[in-house]
Design a binder for this molecule. Structure first.
Ligand code: FMN
Length: 158
């Protein structure tokens, strides 16, 4: 299965998970770059505001066409119970080009179901697998076993 991992990461957590998934599954990888500056406390506040209002943001042009892939794995940090604005923009712009999807998120808490459901609804299809991990486990390098299960679930679906 030709696979692309697409992710947005503000502070590196989702990046670390995305890179691990991508190397385990031997996929291409695409980092979504937001044109809006998100660093620092003011960037965080703006991120929260955009997420609450479900606002789209202008993202930089992507390198890979999702329609070239059998499966696109999409990952986001959770922002106030929502997917991040850059991932909302990516899915909105590309949903017609998506085939099979798998979804993952990183978060501070374990309350992730709402975000995953909203991503599924925005993609307009049921994901072949979903996965979530708390930031503290990523920081402690305690996530590879969970990623393995996610990758196995994806492989079993093909
Ligand atoms: C603006 C903002 C809002 C957040 N809201 C939530 C939340 O509602 N629930 C949660 O579990 N974590 C929340 N978090 C924590 C992030 O989801 C978590 O730290 C994530 O792993 C960060 O990923 P990143 O390093 O890839 O940016 C929030 C973080 C930010 C910056």
């Amino acid at each position: 299965m030709k696979t692309l991992v697409v992710y947005y990461s503000r502070t590196g957590t989702t990046k670390k998970v995305a890179e691990t998934i991508s190397s385990m599954i031997e996929s291409d990888i695409e980092r979504i770059i937001d044109t809006k500056k998100r660093a620092g406390p003011f960037g965080g506040l703006a991120a929260a505001k955009d997420a609450i209002l479900k606002k789209l943001t202008k993202i930089e042009a992507t390198k890979n066409d999702p329609s070239d892939y059998d499966l696109v794995i999409i990952g986001t940090p959770i922002w106030v119970g929502e997917m991040s604005a850059p991932i909302r923009s990516y899915i909105t712009q590309n949903k017609e080009s998506l085939g099979k999807v798998a979804l993952f998120c990183t978060s501070g808490s374990t309350k992730v179901q709402n975000t995953l459901t909203q991503m599924e609804e925005l993609c307009g299809r049921k994901p072949v697998a979903v996965f979530s991990i708390q930031q503290k486990n990523v920081r402690a390098d305690n996530f590879e076993e969970d990623v393995k299960k996610f990758v196995e679930e994806i492989k079993a679906s093909s």
